[in-house]
Design a binder for this molecule. Structure first.
Ligand code: PBG
Length: 329
């Protein structure tokens, strides 16, 4: 006891702090989300996500080469779809020459070793802005899972290494796994958004893809009948266990910071890699406060990323990936 034991001894210099540090974030931890749009030479900043851009395919090519040179080896693709191509069933998502399919090929051509994951959900393709098919004010589960399975096969055909269903329909991981097996894509992985909460932190992302639920009669105004209630913890473990039983290779918790108790709970319960998505609203908050000079951007970013990893994340999907690598000098 005191004075024999003084815990401050292990904090007396930067060298000893480095020696005993338990958690170190590295470029290998990151999965980089990228927003893709039609056109040429387009790099448009997303207003609610400073220094983050929608990229046309030629710019995407440049971006992935840049990421690779920075030691960032995995990307997660999202597409912004023209309103004219949207319908209730997300038909455009299955177009073999659709934007997502071309984006996958673009990344693989530019950088064959870059790991490509794709978002699988209907919302960017849905005229109603929902992750599933809408009928009489409801989101249809099983019919949606079938479309998601076709979408996953289409992404695999285009060259995706992993598909990442972000929709929260029941049974979709099994439906997708079976469809991939049937088509011979035995090595295409599934990263399941397993504990995805109905969160207000997705706002800037929905701006980026113009994918928010529309305000129309008989269309649910929010995603609360499929995304989880943020008050719940045990349910997250159950959702995650089910996805693993259905064949998920990686499970994900989303958003990040408000959910680190869930991350630790799940990390203690399961034996597959656990990913955490630090979402658009989390990014926007740090950027806005830093712009005002109220917070030190890099210091806060590093503290948050380290906390996510300390909580148990093996993989961090984050818009801060490049900002983080820059801090390494
Ligand atoms: C689509 C999807 C969303 C995000 C990832 N995939 C939005 C939503 O569920 O409404 C959010 C990511 C972010 O906010 O950064 N299913």
């Amino acid at each position: 006891m005191y004075p024999l034991i003084r815990t401050r001894r292990l904090r007396t210099s930067e060298s000893i702090r480095r020696l005993v540090r338990e958690t170190v974030v590295t470029p290998d931890d990151f999965l980089v989300p990228l927003f893709v749009t039609e056109g040429k030479g387009i790099k448009e900043e997303i207003p609610s996500m400073p220094n983050y851009f929608r990229l046309s395919l030629d710019q995407l090519e440049k971006e992935v080469k840049d990421l690779w040179s920075m030691g960032l080896c995995s990307v997660l693709l999202f597409v912004k779809v023209d309103d004219k191509l949207k319908d209730n069933k997300g038909t455009e998502a299955l177009n073999p020459n659709g934007l997502m399919q071309r984006a996958i090929k673009t990344v693989k051509n530019a950088c064959p070793q870059m790991l490509v994951m794709t978002d699988v959900a209907l919302d960017p393709f849905s005229s109603y802005g929902h992750d599933g098919i809408v009928a009489e004010g409801q989101i249809l589960n099983d019919e949606t899972a079938e479309v998601l399975a076709e979408m996953s096969v289409s992404h695999a055909q285009a060259g995706a290494d992993f598909v990442a269903p972000s929709d929260m329909m029941d049974g979709r991981v099994l439906t997708i796994r079976e469809a991939l097996e049937d088509e011979g894509f035995i090595n295409t992985g599934i990263m399941a958004y397993s504990a995805k909460y109905a969160s207000a932190f997705y706002g800037p992302f929905r701006d980026a893809l113009d994918s928010a639920p529309v305000d129309m009669a008989n269309v649910p105004k929010d995603k609360k009948t499929y995304q989880m209630d943020y008050a719940n913890r045990y349910e997250a473990v159950r959702e995650t266990q089910l996805d693993i039983d259905e064949g998920a290779d990686i499970v994900m918790i989303k958003p990040g910071l408000c959910y680190l108790d869930i991350v630790r709970e799940i990390r203690n319960e399961v034996d597959v890699p656990v990913a955490v998505y630090q979402v658009s609203g989390e990014y926007a908050m740090v950027k806005a406060a830093a712009e005002k000079g109220w917070l030190d951007h890099d210091a806060v970013m590093l503290e948050q990323l380290t906390a996510i990893k300390r909580a148990g994340a093996n993989i961090i999907a984050s818009y801060f990936a490049k900002d983080f690598v820059r801090t390494l000098g």
